[in-house]
Write a protein of this length. Sequence first.
Length: 224
Amino acid sequence: MTVSLNRLYDDTNLRTRSAWAAHPDTGSRRTTERYAKDKFALATGITPTVTPAIAALLQDLNALTGDDPLADVMPLTSLHFTFLAISGPIYPDRVPPADIASLTEAFAAITPLEVTIGDLRLVALPDQLLLAGTPDAASLASREAFVTALLASPWADALAKRYGRTPLPPPFWHSTLLRYDAERIPPSLRDFFASREHARFGEVNAPLKLAMVNYNWSDATVVA
C-alpha cells in the first residue's frame, strides 16, 4: 500500500509539473469562492501537534507568500488531516443536524482510533500544495469500514455530493497547506515546491474526531 500510495503522489506531482511547464503564468483569477467560508461541514479527521518540521514548512510558506492576496496558507494553529469529509460546507452554524444518529453510530463503530500518517511529503496540484502521507494499517482499514457503513446509510447522498467522481474511500491522506485563488500557483511557489519535493516531514498522530468545521478547520466544534 505504501508503494502504491507514493506512486500516486509521484504521478500527481509529475502531472502538475507538466501543467506548470505548459502554462508559466498563473492563469485566470478565481471569481467565486472555492468554499463557502462562512458555513460549516461535517468531517472526520485529526488535529495533531505541530511538529518542528511542519512548523518550519508553514513558516517558510507564510514568509514567501507575504501579502499576496491570492495565497491562502493554513494557519499554524489549525493543522489538520482529514480522515473523511462527510458533507460540503452547507450548514449555517456549528450546530450539527438533527438526523445525525446513523453517522455517530458508524463513527462509534471505528473509534476510539489513534490515526498515524507517516512519510509526510509535499504533493502539488496546479493551484494547491498538500502535505500528504501514508496511514497506518488500522487507520486504512477503519476508513474503508466507515465508508462502507456510510454508503449503506442515509449519508450516502451527502458523500456523493461531497466527493463527486472521486473514488471512495478517497485516495489521498493529506492536509491542504496552500490554496491559490488562480488557476495555477506562481513561479515562486513552484520553486518552493521543487526545492522540497523530495524532502520528508516525519509523521503525525492524534485521536480521530467527528466535528463541525469551517473550510480550513480554524473553527471546529467536536461532535464525537
